[in-house]
Design a protein around this ligand. Structure first.
Ligand SMILES: NC(=O)c1ccc[n+]([C@@H]2O[C@H](COP(=O)([O-])OP(=O)(O)OC[C@H]3O[C@@H](n4cnc5c(N)ncnc54)[C@H](O)[C@@H]3O)[C@@H](O)[C@H]2O)c1
Length: 251
């Protein structure tokens, strides 16, 4: 533990795998107590919780579907009962499906918007009362570089992730005077369970076009979340989109 986040209480969604698990572990190393949320609380989440607890922080794990309004309300009440008020929220949970627009069902489009965009609204709305009461909050929303550049076969995902960026900018303006910041991380392609579902053709063509020539790993994304959550490192960022993306998008 190095203590950059000592005394903070963080809730990370989608913490059972990939980028969310890496962020949770990086936060634990920095001393934050953690609520780990995922739609299942199986072996993977228990293992992430165990690794975080090894850092000497308090950890609670909650099963919740972050696309569901009632589940999100229960998630925050269980998190606050276990840890107290949450001061850092990482909206990381997400899914990825692949389909051309011409072939896409309304159900596939709506599922993506519910899980990758509406969840961000639901969790922010649940977190804000305590952050406003305490005059401090750090909201970190995991978008994607595909929300900036678009991806063929991924219009629904690109739309949801662009929506996360727009939502975050608006929220950042809304809460700036209350000591609350809201920012996005828009990773490029990262080796996780999520990207393993993409077609080989898509992975090959994306890798060839990346200036750094490779996918990243989750441990290369987590330090950006630590920066945004930390004081003083994160203090002046709000409404921003930080891009650990192998150079795929240069703004
Ligand atoms: N891997 C990449 O290349 C990449 C690139 C850019 C952005 N992202 C984004 O990073 C985030 C994490 O992705 P990852 O690559 O670590 O994927 P992952 O599949 O390894 O992890 C996602 C986690 O979210 C959970 N989850 C999914 N739906 C949920 C729901 N409705 N309620 C609660 N939990 C739910 C899953 O159970 C899983 O544990 C996602 O938002 C993703 O869009 C990933």
């Amino acid at each position: 533990m190095t203590g950059l986040l000592a005394g903070r209480k963080a809730l990370v969604t989608g913490a059972g795998s990939g980028i969310g698990a890496a962020i949770a572990e990086a936060f634990a190393v920095e001393g934050a107590d953690l609520c780990l949320a995922d739609k299942t609380t199986g072996v993977d989440l228990a293992e992430v919780a165990r690794r975080c607890e090894e850092q000497g922080v308090n950890v609670c794990s909650v099963r919740a579907d972050v696309a569901d309004e009632l589940d999100v309300a229960r998630l925050f009440s269980e998190a606050e009962a276990a840890l107290g008020d949450i001061d850092i929220l990482v909206n990381n949970a997400g899914i990825l499906t692949e389909c051309r627009v011409a072939d896409m069902s309304v159900a596939m489009f709506d599922e993506m918007i519910a899980i990758d965009l509406r969840s961000v609204f639901l969790c922010c709305r649940a977190a804000l009362p305590a952050m406003e009461r305490n005059g401090f909050g750090r909201i970190i929303n995991v978008s994607s570089q595909l929300g900036q550049r678009g991806g063929a076969g991924l219009a629904h995902y690109s739309a949801a992730k662009a929506g996360v960026i727009g939502f975050t900018r608006a929220l950042a303006r809304e809460v700036a005077t209350q000591g609350i910041t809201a920012n996005c991380i828009a990773p490029g392609p990262i080796h996780t369970a999520l990207s393993a579902g993409l077609s080989k053709e898509w992975i090959a063509s994306v890798s060839a076009g990346l200036p750094l020539g490779r996918f990243g790993v989750a441990a290369e994304v987590a330090p950006t979340a630590v920066l945004l959550a930390s004081d003083p490192g994160g203090n002046l960022y709000t409404g921003q989109t930080l891009g650990p993306n192998s150079g795929d998008v240069m703004l």
